[in-house]
Unconditional design. Structure first.
Length: 145
């Protein structure tokens, strides 16, 4: 099993530079997409942001959201719940010590923590910064081109 992050989920339902590679990754996994429940929350938040900044109309965002919900309801998107242990692990990935301040976002830390605890084969992402942090945390990563 590989864990797909939010960047990949959105590339699957919105055409962008990573869509083709995201589709290939899903085909390699037999059409099943594994993600944490947080990925769905982050996807909806990203859609709201795109509306606020004027990059997406509400009707288009609702359509994208409906596609994600249909994927989940139909079993193509398998959502894994997060635990308090995963949240604590994500906290530990973000450093604030002198000379070692993280640029890792909270959401990226959650995806990495989830992938570590689920024992996945790899984290699939389109986010270079997150992929670097995931490798540093000991994960195998598939970085979409």
């Amino acid at each position: 099993m590989r864990l797909f992050d939010t960047s990949v989920l959105l590339s699957l339902v919105m055409t962008d530079a990573h869509t083709s590679a995201a589709m290939d990754a899903v085909r390699q996994d037999g059409g099943r997409i594994h993600a944490s429940e947080f990925a769905l929350l982050e996807a909806k938040s990203a859609l709201a942001k795109e509306i606020r900044v004027g990059h997406l109309e509400s009707t288009a965002a609702l359509s994208v959201w409906a596609m994600l919900e249909q994927l989940a309801a139909g079993g193509g998107l398998i959502l894994h719940p997060l635990t308090s242990e995963q949240l604590r692990d994500a906290i530990s990935l973000i450093h604030i010590e002198p000379g070692r301040v993280s640029s890792l976002r909270a959401g990226d830390a959650l995806h990495i923590s989830a992938a570590r605890s689920f024992g996945v084969e790899a984290l699939v992402t389109a986010d270079r910064q997150q992929s670097n942090a995931a490798r540093e945390a000991g994960l195998s990563v598939v970085l979409l081109p």
